[in-house]
Design a protein around this ligand. Structure first.
Ligand code: KG4
Ligand code: ZN
Length: 340
């Protein structure tokens, strides 16, 4: 079964064609990030306008790529069994562009439509592979640590349609903390990947009063706003030291977040007895987080999976992967939603 999926919930316009919920035929992602960079964050009204301007051209590019990959001229009639689209959560104006494109295509080509929760898409990114890659050997049930720009959650995934939330952030998301601290380090938006790179150039010993403390939060809940405030205080206290130790601060900050996430996932494993773990969302691309989790969860029958880097941040292939397990429908009257 081949699903064409569209994702437009934030600042990426993406189309994908995925077979049987895991084999990626086309994964086309167009980012607006350079356009938002001058403002230091995504401006929602501009994001929806960019989606609208770009979506027709991206669809054409998708068809060309699909024809190349399939070895024949792509046709909706023969190459698409259903159309999937991100319904929410996300920016309303941005979501509307993708959803209206999906509805129009479903109507014109007489296809069924599948609406997908963006967060479930991030989780399903763990199933994706291309022909040149190994198929991930992952099965439900598992625990998922979902760390993105808008969410930080621990979920029990008991089937491909059953998710129970067992931990969440009480304030900022992990990605927001990365972006805000990156901004204090004068890095461009979105800060996470830039901070990750800067951290890898650290060489010096960081003074103790520039070191971050792992937040103390009960149960499986998270809080990231204290780290952001700590960073601001450090910078205010000594701007010279802050400049001198930028790479070391970045390294210490991401190691602190990695340690925090490892602690909470260890507690989640103890609480649930689950031994298979996954990580998903843009922050799952972070090198320190990946290596710390891998180190912690690769013995005693415990196994950690993560999506390939290109499927961690927003894309449409993950939406097709989640859609594969859901019911399709002829109903084109559904709305978008901004929050869960
Ligand atoms: O999942 P995503 O692409 O979009 C949302 O659904 O939010 O996540 C975007 C977030 C941003 O905060 C970005 O800075 C962060 O993921 N991110 C990273 C890295 N790559 C992306 N954070 C830390 N390290 C990275 N390598
Ligand atoms: Zn996302």
């Amino acid at each position: 079964m081949k699903i064409l999926a569209i994702e437009s919930s934030c600042d990426e316009t993406a189309f994908a064609l995925v077979e049987d919920g895991s084999r990626v035929i086309v994964n086309l992602v167009k980012s607006q990030v350079l356009k938002h960079q001058v403002w230091g964050g995504v401006i929602p009204e501009m994001a929806s306008r960019y989606h609208l301007e770009a979506i027709g051209e991206i669809l054409e590019e998708f068809k060309t790529l699909a024809s190349e990959k399939l070895g024949h001229d792509f046709s909706f009639k023969n190459d698409v069994d259903a159309i999937a689209v991100t319904q929410g959560p996300g920016l309303i104006g941005s979501l509307l562009v993708g959803v209206n494109a999906a509805k129009s295509l479903a109507y014109i080509h007489d296809k069924k439509i599948i609406t997908v929760n963006h967060l479930h898409g991030h989780i399903a990114a763990n199933y994706l592979y291309e022909d040149s890659e190994e198929k991930p050997d992952i099965e439900v049930p598992f625990l998922c640590l979902l760390v993105s720009g808008g969410h930080t959650q621990i979920l029990k995934v008991d089937s491909n349609t059953e998710y129970s939330l067992i931990g969440t952030t009480v304030d900022d998301a992990a990605g927001e903390a990365f972006d805000k601290v990156a901004r204090l380090l004068d890095l461009p938006y979105p800060g996470g990947p830039h901070l990750d790179k800067l951290a890898q150039t650290a060489t010096k010993q960081l003074p103790a009063d520039f070191q971050f403390q792992v937040p103390q939060t009960p149960d499986l809940d998270f809080s990231f706003s204290g780290l952001k405030t700590a960073a601001l205080r450090m910078k205010q206290k000594s701007a010279a030291n802050w400049q001198n130790y930028r790479a070391e601060i970045a390294e210490n900050f991401q190691n602190c977040i990695a340690k925090y996430l490892v602690q909470k996932m260890r507690a989640a494993v103890e609480q649930t007895g689950y031994k298979t773990l996954t990580i998903a969302g843009g922050v799952a691309a972070n090198s320190a987080i990946r290596s710390s989790l891998l180190e912690e969860f690769s013995a005693n029958g415990e196994k950690l999976f993560f999506p390939k880097l290109k499927y961690c941040t927003d894309n449409a292939a993950m939406i097709a992967a989640a859609a594969y397990h859901l019911e399709s429908s002829d109903d084109l009257s559904f709305e978008v939603f901004s929050r869960v």
